[in-house]
Write a protein that binds this ligand. Structure first.
Ligand code: SF4
Length: 418
């Protein structure tokens, strides 16, 4: 409420990764505490926060576009820019006409502190970790977000309890480097997961986790049915020479062994990866090695990005030797691979029944990350869990409801059959 007693409205526009989404949800929660009404459209807001990303040159461009769009609105809201681009290129952001405030990451951290998120989607994304000290040569974000730090397990549990009592049945745990999760007394990700699993009423999905984040201890917990069989494991390259230049801490063969192990642990798992195309020094042969390496992996999808040099990174000193057109064609090859794998993966589950969270009135996502359209006439609240039989029609994948779960009675959902 402002000084005249008028209710103020706020909108949060987000670009970038799940971590940014999670932070935007925390920001919404803070704004509600301050009596703002949250509106989805910036044009209806008195204040608009733009939470930006700078992971690639394309992400920075998208962030700048979103800031400009908001600044062009008439009447213009008060515009606050935060996030990695605000930290990385503060002067550039400040120079955009209409930007009223810029928060660096320290200010953002102070403002958001430990609030429980106010999710804007049907799955609650919860940030449990931030920062990374792995020092990958291409990565600008770890420098911008600082050293690893984690939310204490007891606070994570309290936030999960709040989200579950608000009706969320899937909690997505996220962090910049989730495998580096460590509480003040040394408890790691397996301990956090075990603690969460001792509570009931929800399932857990892990956001991206680096190959080095997996361990024997983690495997015991990942075998639990209430952990969604969906693992996003960044690869970046299948060529050992390029991996070394990237400062990654594993060889391609280690990655392949890890995926074999994950498939043995959870045969139904959807496993995805990130790959960068055109890193400096990636020759035709190295790219070919990556492509044939990928062919042998049990991946269900890929996120492929063209390399872009980011200022302040070690890789910037390596130059940018691969031309834009070669990067484009390599990305196209990788995206085609991803399309084929994704189709194969979805077809594998046609006819089976899986538990899915309702995303909107017309779509749902299964535990193993199949995005399904809901059959017409299905009416279910977003956020609820449904058991869906998967059917394919004319190249589209639908979910036919089998039975609705009550929030307090989430059943084991792996390989559920009617
Ligand atoms: S693991 Fe590498 S790419 Fe990921 S945040 Fe850390 S430094 Fe960046």
């Amino acid at each position: 409420m402002d000084d005249d007693g008028r209710i103020r409205s706020a909108a949060v526009v987000t670009t970038g990764c799940r971590l940014n989404q999670a932070e935007s949800d925390i920001l919404r929660s803070r704004l509600r505490e301050r009596n703002f009404v949250i509106v989805p459209q910036p044009e209806r807001a008195d204040v608009c926060y733009v939470n930006t990303c700078a992971v690639t040159a394309a992400a920075s461009r998208t962030s700048i576009q979103r800031i400009r769009q908001v600044c062009r609105l008439r009447p213009k809201p008060w515009v606050v820019v935060l996030g990695c681009l605000a930290q990385h290129e503060r002067m550039r952001v400040e120079s955009i006409e209409g930007v009223d405030e810029v928060w660096d990451n320290l200010r953002k951290r102070t403002e958001l502190a430990d609030a429980c998120p106010f999710p804007s989607r049907s799955r609650a994304v919860l940030k449990v970790q931030d920062g990374c000290d792995f020092g990958c040569s291409f990565c600008v974000v770890s420098g911008l977000r600082g050293r690893p730090r984690s939310v204490e397990p007891e606070l994570v549990c309290r936030q999960v309890d709040e989200l579950v009592s608000a009706g969320y049945q899937e909690i997505v745990l996220t962090g910049l480097n989730l495998g580096q999760y460590k509480s003040a007394d040394g408890r790691g990700l397996p301990d956090l997961l075990a603690l969460l699993l001792s509570r009931s009423g929800f399932r857990i999905r892990l956001a991206s986790i680096e190959p080095d984040g997996f361990s024997e201890r983690l495997s015991e917990v990942l075998a639990e049915d209430r952990i969604c069989p969906h693992f996003h494991v960044p690869l970046q390259s299948g060529d050992d020479g390029v991996l070394t230049l990237m400062g990654r801490r594993y060889k391609a063969a280690d990655y392949a062994r890890l995926l074999e192990w994950l498939v043995r642990l959870r045969p139904e798992a959807c496993i995805g990866a990130d790959v960068i195309a055109g890193f400096p020094g990636e020759s035709e042969n190295s790219f070919r090695r990556t492509a044939s390496f990928l062919d042998a992996l049990p991946l269900a999808y890929l996120h492929a990005f063209p390399y872009s040099a980011r200022s302040g990174t070690k890789a910037q000193t390596l130059g940018d030797s691969v031309s834009a057109s070669v990067k484009r064609s390599r990305v196209a090859v990788l995206r085609e691979y991803s399309k084929e794998r994704s189709l194969e993966f979805r077809r594998r589950f046609v006819g089976s029944v899986r538990e899915a969270v309702v995303e909107s009135y017309s779509s749902a996502t299964t535990d193993n990350y199949l995005h399904l359209e809901l059959e017409r006439g299905v009416s279910c609240q977003p956020g609820r869990l449904l058991r869906l039989r998967i059917v394919e029609r004319l190249g589209r994948f639908f979910g036919q409801p089998v039975a609705v779960h009550e929030p307090s009675a989430i059943r084991r959902y792996r390989n559920i059959e009617t």
